[in-house]
Write a protein that binds this ligand. Structure first.
Ligand SMILES: [Zn+2]
Length: 204
């Protein structure tokens, strides 16, 4: 895997499972504490544009990886990773909303909340109309084009947590975890870490 692929972008929620022996639960829940570099600002700008119905900048950043052919009713994008007729794509879009966007539980910066809600509340019509086309660009952009700098992934089945430090998810089984790093991480972000985890780890 290339390093870039290890950076936490939202699409990773679609594949990350709990690495603990005997758990392997999927999907994990993501809380975002901090976005990388200018990501938060770009998200806020994208939010303003999207509210006005403008997805031009997102389209540009996606560099042709998303193709919406309204005449042929075909979509090709990063979520589907192939070319799909619209009926099939609609179910895939709904699946991805559930596996990716519904698993962002908190964005402490508030930057992405509005856009994520826009995706979650979007009801795909049966054909490729303009609002759907825009929602497709938005979902692709938000899933693939912004990086989480710091945050936490939580497994709801076994209660374990996995830190995101400098955009990298530390997905290690128990015997390979760095206890000192875990404590430092939890203390640093204690304001934002779910209370249950702080209590379990004895951080006050
Ligand atoms: Zn687990």
């Amino acid at each position: 895997m290339e390093r870039e692929e290890l950076n936490v972008r939202l699409w990773l929620l679609d594949i990350l499972a709990c690495p603990a022996d005997g758990c392997k639960h999927y999907p994990l829940k993501l809380s975002i504490f901090e976005w990388e570099d200018d990501s938060a600002k770009r998200i806020l700008n994208a939010g303003e544009s999207y509210a006005k119905g403008d997805v031009g900048n997102m389209k540009k950043e996606l560099k042709g990886s998303v193709k919406v052919d309204k005449a042929k009713e075909i979509v090709e994008d990063e979520l589907a990773r192939s070319s799909m007729e619209v009926n099939k794509y609609i179910s895939l879009f709904k699946e991805k909303v559930n596996s990716i966007f519904r698993n962002v539980v908190v964005d402490e910066t508030g930057a992405s909340t509005q856009l994520i809600n826009a995706i979650i509340n979007f009801n795909p019509p049966s054909s490729l109309d303009e609002p759907f086309e825009k929602a497709i660009y938005l979902a692709n952009w938000l899933a693939f084009k912004v990086n989480v700098q710091s945050g936490i992934l939580v497994c709801e089945k076994c209660g374990r947590f996995y830190p995101i430090i400098e955009t990298i998810p530390h997905m290690l089984p128990d015997d390979l975890r760095d206890k000192k790093e875990d404590k430092e991480f939890l203390s640093k972000w204690r304001k934002f870490v779910p209370k249950k985890i702080l209590e379990a780890e004895g951080i006050t």
